[in-house]
Design a protein around this ligand. Structure first.
Ligand SMILES: Nc1nc2c(c(=O)[nH]1)N[C@H]1C(S)=C(S)[C@@H](COP(=O)(O)OP(=O)(O)OC[C@H]3O[C@@H](n4cnc5c(=O)[nH]c(N)nc54)[C@H](O)[C@@H]3O)O[C@H]1N2
Ligand SMILES: Nc1nc2c(c(=O)[nH]1)N[C@H]1C(S)=C(S)[C@@H](COP(=O)(O)OP(=O)(O)OC[C@H]3O[C@@H](n4cnc5c(=O)[nH]c(N)nc54)[C@H](O)[C@@H]3O)O[C@H]1N2
Ligand code: SF4
Ligand SMILES: [Mo]
Length: 892
């Protein structure tokens, strides 16, 4: 820890952001055991000092009020000794009675590499089953299989610098602006500096598409058609690196024959992809004429029943043209989670072993000898969705879930919930006290989390960075590696799990990567196998491979035309376009797409507790094209019920011209802790990619109808309020309490009665026209504790930020008078959602500035400061500037 001497002895230390796979370096300022603030680490190669909105808010996520502080068995808080004993005995008894395959682990790309390594070792080497899978199955599995099919190894050829070096960047199925904001900023800067061309391929017009010179609003699921069409074009135009193909690539003649079929002619591809022929020609020509083409892809590609084929269709275009492992030219799978890559390196998936080995008998033998394994698993285990089906069917009788929330994030989420509810032993290690999965656990284990734990993570460009434990964990929380190790010891494997510190695990992991490797396995970090504790603590970001052969790491792979297949040659794959999924007329006419929003992370267990991160999008919503709204006689702000064959949710409607008619989008984040009925994965079917087992999260047939509430409203309270029975509620944190939006088909009485029972008669009440509106306030000892505003019409027009400021205060008479009006008029109501979280600038203020003549993002920045810190809102600001200009032109 480098110390900076100031009078208050603030120290700074570097670590890595725990959110997305960009893996930004973070510099934390610490005052004793308190982490005060963060900023970007200027020396980290991923971000060079920048942080996005989520990274910038990291210090605000460290409140401990919602953290799990004690191990618990049932409802009982217990000591660690009892909890560990219960886990070890529970697993042992299950194995003794039903065999090793009756137990399972379900892990996460949010574990550190060291946590992941020991969990995988325990299951595959000592329990003797491969029933250990991870949420990476939902995330990167198709990319893994695609890489292995093409390159013979799961290795990402590119590095971030390629973003600056490319002349054409094609972004396929990725909302980079929101999901990998710092890479998006690097691309925006490169475009500004040297005019990089950008193509975005996404059914939605996203903030990422704002940067595009060409946006292809592709028919959902049709990417293989597009890329087969592109490859055919490249073949026809002779845009092939013949020498590279001859020397390093197999399958050329087969692919040529495959693509010769008339179905891959331009006109046919146009029909299949829903794209105009001239748009396709433009895209094809750009790729043809830009040797430095970089293709970034993410979940619009992976999360598909054709995910693996999509990945290979993209890679085909790079192999044909020899654009791989060269500066600015490569296919680049951007990874989701902070340690998606680390998990793949340790073999966290059920069909991998460890250190890039599979279940070939040589590999099993090699890993078995290295681990001195008591009982090696000999064949692949169950993949995530199958694994929970085995829980449902009673084959798996004990499951240990770590750092993931499957009751929210797996398809057919209610089925997963029911399966866990009847599983005899559910163990969950998590950082928070409450989430949908923890509610079903028999044993709950409190884990330390970001800034509290030590270890390593690997980002999208194969760069290994340290996450550092800078502050103590809350209560009795312990590190995941420690918890797993202690259980392993109690199961009789003390010798093999004799670790004292994460560095011991890291050394073993590094040694295994080089063990009998001889250059046959891409993942090799054996140069670090003897790293000292001090070197580990001071480890600087470094890209793998890192071995005798490559002592300085490698920025790019495969530039030399050498691959990891048996004959060393890459493979082109003949992949088929497949049938297009359409809506089911009358029943499920719409196609549902799901994904992320800018300011939330996954199931909200961290970002859901930070007030400013819920002001950009405050409620679970469904984004719908204006035409569909008109047809359905619905409008922005209405509540809607969205249903599929598997389930239904109730969410707020957002009008969104960026959607295609017939397609809707719901974010993946909201869950049972933050909303009544908004877990979107209750709608999603378990349709899987046949090779990777990755679910199709982006394409579900649904219908949408109005939710006919009798009333709706807003509740603000300093304390938690039980929402029992309300079909719609969603909550967001305030600095001094919570705010709920509520609605029901039943009379208001239940909620009002519950509040009166708890707080007594309301101190102030206002009953609007014809009893249609109620406004109630409760005070305790002069302090405002609770406010309820309800109406049988639209949500009441009130200034919720003004009201939130009054909570827990003793408002004077003048404020009291205006309280139930819901606003202080002279202050001006806040208008619309917060666009810039850093400087709290809302859409209303931006619109006012635009009307007053601000005509660029820079002008808005100098007037309002918006967009001048983390930059995450710049795409949205651009869109608003453009809309204002269009309006002005129309008026003129
Ligand atoms: N803010 C935020 N950032 C995150 C995360 C988060 O929770 N919040 N999570 C991280 C994780 S784990 C991951 S995996 C990444 C995911 O990062 P992304 O993959 O960029 O994010 P998504 O929103 O899931 O989906 C990407 C886009 O795919 C598009 N799409 C849907 N169907 C198709 C299709 O058939 N073809 C094409 N070409 N596109 C399609 C969607 O419209 C969507 O805009 O984000 C990471 N970053
Ligand atoms: N519909 C739909 N569903 C999706 C997706 C989609 O695009 N659409 N995307 C999928 C993808 S790509 C992903 S990656 C998944 C993500 O889905 P999940 O993995 O289920 O989501 P998280 O909320 O990140 O869950 C992480 C949990 O770990 C806890 N935690 C945090 N830090 C630690 C720690 O250090 N140790 C332990 N033990 N626990 C910790 C958190 O409190 C939280 O409960 O969702 C998938 N599901
Ligand atoms: S882009 Fe944002 S969320 Fe992703 S690692 Fe960097 S700071 Fe964290
Ligand atoms: Mo992910």
């Amino acid at each position: 820890m480098s110390s900076q001497l100031t009078e208050r002895a603030v120290q700074t230390a570097t670590t890595t952001c725990p959110y997305c796979g960009v893996g930004c370096g973070v510099e934390a300022s610490l005052l004793g055991a308190h982490l005060q603030s963060v900023k970007g680490d200027a020396r980290h190669p991923a971000n060079l000092g920048r942080l996005c909105v989520k990274g910038s808010a990291l210090a605000e996520t460290l409140t401990t009020s919602h953290r799990m502080l004690q191990p618990q068995i049932g409802a009982q808080a217990v000591l660690w000794e009892q909890a560990l004993e219960a886990v070890a005995t529970g697993l042992q008894q299950t194995i003794a009675q039903y065999g090793p395959d009756s137990v399972a682990f379900y892990l996460s790309g949010q574990l550190l590499t060291e946590d992941y390594y020991v969990a995988n070792k325990l299951m595959k080497g000592f329990i003797g089953s491969a029933n250990v899978d991870t949420n990476s199955r939902l995330c990167m599995a198709s990319a893994v299989v695609g890489h292995k099919r093409a390159f013979g190894a799961d290795a990402v050829p590119a590095c971030y610098e390629d973003i600056e070096l490319a002349d054409l960047v094609v972004i396929v199925g990725s909302n980079l602006a929101w999901a990998h904001p710092i890479l998006f900023q690097r691309l925006s800067a490169a475009k500004e500096a040297k005019g990089t061309r950008v193509v975005v391929i996404d059914p939605r017009h996203t903030d990422t598409a704002e940067l595009a010179d060409l946006h292809l609003a592709i028919a959902p699921g049709s990417d293989v058609w597009l890329y087969n069409g592109l490859c055919r074009h490249l073949l026809e135009r002779g845009c092939i690196d013949a020498a590279f193909v001859a020397q390093s690539v197999d399958g050329f003649t087969e692919l040529q024959g495959h693509l010769h079929h008339p179905q891959y002619e331009l006109a046919s591809v146009a029909v299949r992809t829903g794209l105009a022929m001239d748009v396709l020609q433009q895209f094809f020509a750009w790729v043809e004429h830009h040797p430095r083409t970089l293709t970034l892809f993410s979940q619009g590609v992976n999360q598909s029943s054709q995910g693996t084929d999509k990945v290979n269709a993209i890679i085909n275009s790079h192999l044909l043209t020899g654009r791989i492992g060269k500066p600015g030219a490569a296919p680049f799978s951007v990874t989701g989670q902070p340690n998606a890559m680390g998990g793949r390196e340790v073999g966290g998936l059920a069909n991998q072993l460890a250190a890039h080995m599979d279940f070939a008998s040589d590999d099993v033998d090699r890993v078995g000898r290295f681990w001195q394994a008591a009982q090696m698993a000999r064949q692949p285990g169950l993949k995530a969705v199958e694994l929970f089906e085995a829980v449902e069917q009673g084959q798996i009788k004990a499951i240990w879930i770590m750092a993931t929330n499957p009751v929210v994030s797996l398809p057919q989420a209610d089925r997963v919930k029911a399966a866990l509810a009847k599983c005899p032993l559910v163990i969950v290690s998590d950082a928070v006290q409450d989430n949908d999965t923890l509610r079903l656990a028999h044993i709950r284990l409190p884990a330390t989390s970001w800034a509290e734990k030590d270890g390593t993570v690997t980002n999208s460009e194969r760069c290994i960075s340290r996450q550092r434990g800078l502050i103590p964990g809350p209560g009795a929380a312990r590190n995941d590696w420690w918890i797993i190790t202690e259980v392993a010891r109690r199961m009789g494997f003390a010798e093999a799990f004799d670790y004292q510190h994460p560095v011991d695990i890291f050394r073993e992991h590094a040694a295994l990567s080089g063990f009998e490797n001889d250059g046959q396995r891409a993942f090799d970090i054996s140069l670090l196998e003897n790293i000292s504790r001090t070197e580990y603590d001071q480890l600087q970001p470094v890209q793998w491979p890192l071995s005798q052969r490559h002592p300085r790491g490698m920025q790019r792979l495969f530039g030399n035309g050498q691959f990891y297949t048996v004959n060393g040659r890459a493979r082109l794959l003949c992949v088929e376009g497949g049938e297009q999924r359409k809506g089911v007329p009358d029943h499920y006419p719409l196609l549902l797409n799901t994904g992320r929003i800018r300011d939330q992370w996954h199931t909200m267990t961290r970002t859901g507790y930070v007030p400013r991160l819920l002001q950009h999008r405050a409620e679970p919503f469904v984004a719908v094209h204006p035409q569909d709204l008109k047809r359905l006689k619905l409008q922005e702000g209405d509540l809607a019920e969205v249903a599929s064959r598997d389930g239904s949710v109730i969410v707020r409607i957002r009008e969104d011209g960026g959607q295609q008619p017939g397609q809707v989008f719901i974010p993946m984040h909201w869950n049972g802790v933050f909303s009544a009925q908004a877990r979107v994965d209750t709608l999603v079917a378990a349709r899987l990619d046949p090779f990777s087992g990755q679910p199709e999260f982006k394409l579900t047939q649904v219908r949408l109808q109005r939710f006919d509430q009798q009333w709706q409203g807003v509740l603000l309270a300093t304390e938690e309020v039980e929402m029992a029975g309300l079909p719609y509620w969603t909550r967001m944190p305030l600095s001094n309490g919570w705010m709920w939006r509520v609605a029901s088909r039943e009379p208001l009485t239940a909620l009002a009665d519950a509040l009166c029972e708890r707080y007594g008669q309301a101190s102030m009440a206002l009953n609007g026209a014809a009893g249609a509106e109620w406004r109630l306030a409760w005070f305790r000892d002069g302090r405002l504790t609770t406010l309820l505003f309800v109406s049988n019409q639209q949500l009441p027009q009130i200034d919720t930020s003004f009201l939130a400021e009054q909570l827990n205060q003793q408002p004077d008479a003048s404020v009291r008078r205006t309280l139930l009006l819901g606003r202080v008029l002279e202050q001006g109501p806040h208008q619309g959602p917060l666009v810039c979280s850093c400087f709290q600038v809302d859409a209303g203020a931006i619109q006012t500035a635009l009307n007053a003549g601000c005509n660029s993002v820079e002008a808005l920045g100098s007037k309002l400061k918006c967009g001048t810190n983390c930059g995450s809102c710049i795409p949205e600001l651009k869109r608003m500037v453009r809309a204002a200009q269009a309006q002005a032109e129309e008026a003129a």
